[in-house]
Design a protein around this ligand. Structure first.
Ligand SMILES: Cc1ncc(COP(=O)(O)O)c(C=O)c1O
Length: 370
C-alpha cells in the first residue's frame, strides 16, 4: 500500500485556508492563445486536431523536439508520458525490484522514494546539507553503496532548496554510479532556469549511458495543464521496461497536448526568457527580504529552479508557524515536514508575478505570529 503523498495531501487540506499561495513550485502559467502566438499559429489550428489515440512512445516529431535540447540524444532515446509523475512511476515500477538497494539524495519529490520502497527496495537517504549550500556529502553517499545498489535518485535543480548539484559533484556521482553499475534516476524538471545556467551540468542521460533523466513541461515551461512529461535514456532495457508499464497506464498523450507541446518546445527560448526574468526578480526580492529578517530566518539564497527553502529560527513547530501565518491573513506556505519530519524550513515558490504581494502579506502576518 502506498503511503500518503504528503505534499499533495497538505495542499488539498490547507491551501484554501489562505488568501494567496506563496509556496507553489510551478511558474506563472501560459495560456493557449499566448502559446500559439509565440509561433504565429492561429487558434483555429486547434480545430483541425483529430481526437484520436497517439503513439505510445509519443510522436516522432515531439520526441525529436525533446531530443534537441541534448547533444548526444536522439528521438529513439525519448519516451513521452502523461506528466513527469507518470514517467517516474513507470520508470521505478519497471527498473526497481524487491531486494534492490536504492540511495535517495533528499529532499526530493516524494514519489521518487515512495515508489522504490513500494517495489520492495531498501531505500537509504543521503541528505543535501544546508551547511554545504544544499550539496550532498559524497563520502557519506559512497559509504551507503552496496553490492545490490540498483539506483541513486536525485532531483537537481532541487525542489525545494532552489539549488542545483555542483558540476564537480555530478562528475564524481556519475563515476561512482558507473563503477558500480548503478542507474542514476535524475529528476530534472526544474532545469534551464538557473541564475548561471552555464555553470550547470548537462542532463544526466548524456553523462552516463546507464542513467535516466525525467522531465516535462509542468515546471520550467509553465505548462502543467498539458500534463506532458518524458524520460530520456540511452539505456534500452530501462526504456523498454518503462514503456511496458505505460501500456497499463494512460497508453498515450492527448493529441492536443502533443500539438501544443511541440509548439512549446519550439518556443523554448522565448518561454525561458520570460520565466527567467520572473524568477531573477523574485529571487532578488526574496533574498533581500530574508536577509532583512535574519533574526527570524536563515536561507541559502535560491539560484536554480523555482523555489526557496528558508529555515525558521524561532522555537515554534513549522506546521504551526505556516498555519498561523495563513490564519493571520498571510500567504499559504508549505511546511518542510512534507519533505521529512526533521526540517524546520518552509517552501516558498518564486515563479509567480504576485510573489512580492504575497511577501508583503507574509511580513504583515509575521508581526502577529512572532
Ligand atoms: C521534483 C518534481 N518532479 C516531478 C514532479 C511532477 O511533475 P508533473 O506535474 O509533470 O507530474 C514534480 C511536481 O511537483 C516535482 O516537483
Amino acid at each position: 500500500m502506498l503511503n500518503e503523498f504528503l505534499i499533495e495531501k497538505y495542499y488539498d487540506d490547507h491551501v484554501d485556508e489562505a488568501p494567496i499561495d506563496m509556496s507553489g513550485s510551478d511558474m506563472e502559467p501560459i495560456g493557449v492563445s499566448q502559446l500559439l502566438s509565440m509561433k504565429g499559429v492561429p487558434i483555429a489550428a486547434l480545430g483541425q486536431i483529430n481526437l484520436e489515440y497517439t503513439s505510445t512512445l509519443g510522436s516522432e516529431s515531439l520526441r525529436t523536439e525533446i531530443s534537441k535540447s541534448h547533444e548526444s540524444i536522439g528521438a529513439d532515446d525519448v519516451v513521452v508520458f502523461n506528466s513527469s509523475g507518470e514517467a517516474i512511476f513507470a520508470l521505478l515500477v519497471s527498473a526497481v525490484r524487491a531486494g534492490d538497494h536504492v540511495v535517495a539524495i533528499t529532499p526530493c519529490y516524494q514519489s521518487l522514494v515512495e515508489l522504490a520502497r513500494e517495489q520492495g527496495a531498501h531505500v537509504e537517504f543521503s541528505p543535501l546539507l544546508e551547511e554545504m549550500d544544499w550539496q550532498p556529502d559524497l563520502t557519506h553517499l559512497r559509504s551507503l553503496i552496496r553490492r545490490n545498489t540498483r539506483a541513486i535518485i536525485v532531483n537537481s535543480p532541487n525542489n525545494p532548496t532552489g539549488q542545483s548539484l555542483d558540476p564537480e559533484i555530478v562528475k564524481d556521482l556519475v563515476r561512482l554510479a558507473e563503477d558500480h553499475n548503478i542507474i542514476i534516476v535524475s529528476d530534472e524538471i526544474f532545469g534551464g532556469l538557473a541564475e548561471k545556467q552555464h555553470d550547470i551540468s548537462p542532463p544526466m542521460c548524456e553523462m552516463s549511458e546507464l542513467s535516466v533523466t525525467t522531465s516535462g513541461l509542468a515546471k520550467s515551461f509553465g505548462l502543467p495543464g498539458l500534463r506532458v512529461g518524458w524520460l530520456v535514456t540511452r539505456n534500452k532495457a530501462v526504456r523498454e521496461g518503462a514503456v511496458r508499464v505505460k501500456r497499463y497506464l494512460s497508453r498515450c498523450v492527448s493529441p492536443i497536448s502533443e500539438y501544443l507541446s511541440i509548439i512549446a518546445l519550439q518556443s523554448q527560448e522565448k518561454i525561458s526568457a520570460r520565466n527567467r526574468a520572473i524568477l531573477s526578480s523574485n529571487r532578488r526580492v526574496c533574498s533581500a527580504f530574508f536577509m532583512a529578517h535574519s533574526d527570524s530566518f536563515s536561507i541559502v539564497p535560491p539560484i536554480a529552479g523555482t523555489t526557496g527553502f528558508p529555515r525558521l529560527l524561532h522555537d515554534l513547530p513549522i506546521d504551526e508557524f505556516c498555519q498561523r501565518i495563513s490564519a493571520e491573513g498571510g500567504p499559504f506556505l508549505l511546511p518542510g515536514t512534507v519533505f521529512g519530519s526533521s526540517y524546520r524550513h518552509f517552501r516558498i515558490g518564486l515563479g509567480h508575478r504576485n510573489f512580492p504581494d504575497a511577501l508583503t502579506r507574509f511580513r504583515l502576518a509575521l508581526e502577529q505570529v512572532i
